[in-house]
Design a protein around this ligand. Structure first.
Ligand code: AMP
Length: 118
């Protein structure tokens, strides 16, 4: 069983901030911004590439609600999902990183890759 499924079933603890029957939001243990939340479906879905449009339709308002709870809805935030090995996905359970609480820089890695692609 993956670590996020263990958080869902209570085998592992997490600093939860919001949940409903289908989704859970909790603090990332290694925050990369002043606010770094992970938002997951409770059902085990491997990644964004395999999520259904129906699940995304329900997940979108949940993510927006989390941003409001954190009072990030006005100043903004960044939403990231790492998909598969090249995307840097470490935990094979769909999750969105919600980052905020400061003016975020665009990742250098992405800028370097974009320059090479030109
Ligand atoms: P990713 O690289 O996109 O798969 O991101 C996985 C994220 O999960 C990383 O940012 C980790 O810091 C985070 N993480 C791993 N284990 C835990 C945990 N037990 N509780 C909270 N966050 C975790």
């Amino acid at each position: 069983m993956c670590i996020f499924c263990k958080i869902v079933n209570g085998e592992m603890s997490a600093n939860k901030i919001h949940e409903n029957d289908d989704f859970l939001a909790f603090h990332d243990i290694f925050p990369k911004a002043p606010v770094h939340i992970l938002i997951i479906p409770k059902e085990h879905i491997e990644n964004f590439q395999s999520v259904s449009p129906e699940t995304m339709a329900k997940m979108t308002p949940f993510i927006q609600e989390v941003a409001k709870i954190l009072e990030l809805d006005e100043n903004g935030y960044r939403l990231i999902t790492n998909n598969g090995p090249d995307g840097g996905q470490e935990v094979p359970h769909l999750h969105f990183h919600l980052l905020g609480g400061t003016k975020l820089k665009w990742p250098q890695m992405a800028e370097d890759a974009a320059k090479k692609a030109l």
